[in-house]
Design a protein around this ligand. Structure first.
Ligand code: SAH
Length: 248
């Protein structure tokens, strides 16, 4: 059986229990070496064959996955959660075409890890109830209508992947789209890795403060990184709901 597993953001104990158990019994692990913490391979047995996919093509990855006898356990290990910028769909479609079955084991995305290390909540009452996950166009184009400038018009919480190398342009686009230059923003480099770094600022100050970071970082933007918000209704003593009566 072939398993696509989310490795989590970096820390070896932030993979799911299911993912860890599958790594322990894997015969072959193909991991995305540019981003997956190699320390995660310490869950594998001595007999397990490991391959870094960084220098492989889609065709080569699929060829290696399907060369194993079907009763063996093959793991394709992706960073964070495979559903976000994971390039997994093309692998799954190829396996479908070739008649191989597979399962996906979700992971903790860097999106979640970055909020955790900042002690932040993306969806604060009175600030924003929407999180936009996007990126600047790079080698992969971004469809028309999803430009950073147009997404910025919502003023929502934003998490930008794969874009820290273009931080100056990114912040300029966010301001042109309508965020005030004083909007709080942060760069979280390698969340949960031993060399994690957090840089806080505003859309105006961040490009300079985080100029030394060129990869493996998220850029977070929005009022959720500030100090103003409203209390939740759910835990408000004056508010009744299905499980609790309001106090008089
Ligand atoms: N599937 C992954 C994202 C893969 S795209 C996930 O769910 O997290 C690779 C991008 O993810 C990087 O360029 C960076 O923007 C972000 N990223 C991955 N791991 C990270 C980490 N530990 N800390 C901060 N950003 C990270």
């Amino acid at each position: 059986m072939i398993y696509f597993i989310g490795a989590g953001p970096g820390a070896v104990d932030l993979i799911t229990v299911r993912g860890m158990e599958l790594l322990k019994r894997a015969n072959l692990v193909i991991y995305a070496g540019s981003l997956v913490n190699p320390a995660l391979l310490s869950w594998c047995s001595k007999e397990c064959v490991t391959m870094n996919s960084a220098s492989m093509t889609l065709e080569q990855v699929v060829e290696k996955m399907t060369a194993c006898p079907k009763e063996q356990t093959v793991v394709r290990l992706h960073t964070g959660d495979p559903s976000i910028y994971g390039a997994v769909r093309e692998q799954m479609d190829e396996l479908d075409r070739l008649g191989y079955s597979y399962e996906v084991v979700p992971g903790v995305s860097s999106l979640n890890a970055a909020a955790a290390v900042l002690g932040a909540e993306y969806t604060l009452p009175g600030v924003s109830q929407t999180l936009i996950v996007s990126r600047m166009a790079g080698k992969t184009p971004v469809p028309d209508g999803e430009s950073i400038r147009s997404l910025a018009t919502h003023g929502a919480s934003m998490a930008l992947f794969l874009s820290v190398g273009m931080l100056e342009k990114l912040c300029a686009e966010l301001i042109l789209g309508g965020y005030a230059p004083e909007t709080p923003a942060a760069v979280v480099y390698k969340a949960t890795w031993p060399d994690e770094e957090i840089i806080k600022g505003t859309l105006q100050t961040l490009p300079q403060k985080a100029a030394h970071v060129c990869r493996t970082a998220l850029v977070l933007v929005g009022g959720f990184l500030g100090n103003e918000y409203e209390r939740s209704k759910l835990y408000d003593p004056a508010f009744s709901h299905m499980f609790r009566e309001a106090s008089k």
